[in-house]
Design a protein around this ligand. Structure first.
Ligand code: FDA
Ligand code: NAD
Length: 475
């Protein structure tokens, strides 16, 4: 099998890949310059739909309805869009080996692709209960959710097992969103999680108690402080019972597991520097290896706002990191400012190949010039991200901006209203660094984002409690 060369190859075909492709096209792309190699069989789509509208009993979301970039209010990139732009979508194809020295990617089918620049956008995969040594965790009827094929399997199970009993293992994002859609599908749902409250990586006990109360009122049974330690199956190998570590047993027709995710590093593992579980990148998503960028869930990037490095597993960052990386790795500066001189220089470099011309004008040098210009404070800034997470379930919808560190102040919690609206601020070193709001309007959420970005000095706890949301609106 021969090798094929692309100037740019995106490895992975999820959210970041789709947004990166749009950015390449926006900045000017020649047909045949870009390929996306994706394990999934469909063009990039907005993954958050899979744990929400994709599982609705009525009016469920289906492709092509939620291809990127509809999730952020942009154009929907149908497969035809890629064809029109001359972007090769190589779908249903896993990259099993990458060699950054020879700039070569090998697929599971044995095809070999060479690249000029590559963007690693392989996202995350779910952690399985078998990874914790839980026996029988691969029995029929036990579901995980990451990609459309898993969502389809779950839809099928829900349809064929009407009025079934479901156990949701995990009390994080997947656990809470899935428990809600299973209830909407009229399943009897029990959630099990090890912590003393749900969503411990973001919620305080005070915030969590609201959601736990709401879920209980919707009929969800909550079992806390224990984990699934095994399963019992019927004669067909189908799950029928979840065994808990504390000795309890829960009957189950369907089990959905959401016990965390881990970034997919495999094809590049050992060749790129790592930090905090992801590939270490700079403020332009460049790894330590020339011409290799990493974006989305797999990237551990400098979070300027907190003088820290972080890896973020949320959709807003996957979109923005992809856009940012492309802006930096694309030689856009000269072609845009002065297209004729760019063409002439390209011709000159290609024909003369002199060291002076190469050094001065080769497009690769232009990239580094662009990065250097950014570092010098010119028009190309480093990634400056404000963390933003959100979730929706039942009639609830919350947003969070910033950092959930320090002391928290929860305001406006009122369980008696049918349209709950309450929030929280996090205070560190006398400044407000994080803000959460349930049931906010777009304007209110915008005010929260501004607050978390600007980090104003916090007034007294009493003042914050009294002013509540108004504090964000007035700042
Ligand atoms: P993403 O996972 O989107 O894409 C990775 C792609 O790479 C996949 O297509 C995969 O098949 C492919 N791939 C992996 N290895 C490969 C290889 N070796 N060769 C070829 N292809 C390979 N966030 C949020 O903020 N709000 C929300 O509501 C939700 N909801 C949500 C629901 C569900 C069900 C999930 C699983 C996740 C969310 N998220 C979320 C998280 C969000 O979707 C996630 O952070 C982004 O999708 C990450 O984008 P990436 O492009 O990095 O990975
Ligand atoms: P998570 O990290 O949000 O939650 C994992 C949960 O599992 C935690 O509550 C943890 O206490 C619990 N847990 C850990 N070990 C356990 C065990 N042995 N038994 C039972 N519970 C256990 O991860 P997730 O919910 O699986 O989400 C997976 C990925 O999908 C994450 O990257 C997440 O960001 C993403 N996602 C995000 C959204 C959103 O942002 N709205 C929605 C869905 C998924």
């Amino acid at each position: 099998m021969g090798e094929k060369y692309y100037k740019y190859v995106i490895v992975g075909g999820g959210v970041a890949a789709g947004y990166a492709a749009r950015e390449f096209a926006n900045l000017g792309l020649q047909p045949g310059e870009l390929a996306i190699i994706s394990k999934e069989a469909v063009a990039p789509y907005e993954r958050p739909a899979l744990s929400k509208a994709y599982l609705f009993p009525e009016g469920a979301a289906r492709l092509p309805g939620f291809h990127v970039c509809v999730g952020s209010g942009g154009e929907r990139l149908l497969p035809e869009w890629y064809t029109k732009k001359g972007i090769d979508l190589i779908l249903g194809t896993e990259v099993v080996k990458a060699d950054v020295a020879s700039k070569t990617l090998t697929t599971a089918y044995g095809a070999v692709y060479k690249y000029g620049t590559t963007l690693v956008a392989t996202g995350s995969t779910f952690i399985k209960l078998s990874d914790f040594g839980v026996p029988d965790a691969d029995a029929h009827g036990i579901y995980y959710l990451r990609e459309i094929k898993e969502a389809d399997a779950l839809v099928q199970a829900i349809k064929t097992k009407k009025d079934a009993v479901a156990v949701v293992v995990g009390g994080g994002y997947i656990g809470l969103e899935l428990a809600a859609v299973l209830v909407l599908n009229k399943l009897k749902v029990t959630m099990v999680y090890p912590g003393p409250w749900c969503m411990p990586r973001l919620f305080t006990t005070h915030i969590a108690s609201f959601y736990e109360g709401y879920y209980k009122a919707k009929g969800v049974t909550i079992v806390k402080g224990t984990v699934a330690s095994g399963f019992e199956t019927d004669q067909h190998g189908h799950v029928k019972l979840v065994k808990l570590k504390d000795g309890r047993e829960l009957p189950a027709d369907i089990v959905v597991v959401g016990v965390g995710a881990r970034p997919v590093l495999a094809p590049f593992k050992g060749q790129l520097a790592e930090e905090k579980g992801g590939f270490k990148v700079d403020g332009f998503f460049k790894t330590n290896v020339p011409d290799v960028y990493a974006v989305g869930d797999v990237a551990t990037f400098p979070l300027k706002l907190y003088s820290d490095t972080r890896r973020v597993e949320h959709v807003d960052h996957s979109r923005k990191s992809a856009i940012h990386a492309v802006q930096k790795c694309h030689s856009w500066f000269l072609p845009r400012i002065c297209p004729l001189s760019y063409l002439w220089l390209h011709y000159y470099v290609e024909t003369q190949r002199g060291w002076l011309s190469w050094l001065a004008w080769h497009p690769k040098f232009l990239w580094s010039q662009a990065i250097k210009a950014a570092e010098a404070g010119n028009s190309i800034p480093e990634y400056d991200y404000l963390p933003y997470f959100y979730s929706r379930s039942f009639d609830l919808s919350w947003q969070f901006y910033g950092d959930n560190v320090g002391e928290d102040v929860v305001f406006g919690r009122d369980n008696t209203t049918t349209q709950p609206k309450f929030g929280a601020y996090w205070i560190k070193d006398g400044k407000i660094v994080g803000a959460f709001l349930e049931g906010g309007t777009p304007e209110e959420n915008k005010a929260l984002a501004k607050l978390a970005k600007e980090q104003p000095t916090a007034p007294s706890k009493e003042t914050l409690l009294a002013e509540g949301l108004n504090f964000a609106l007035m700042t």
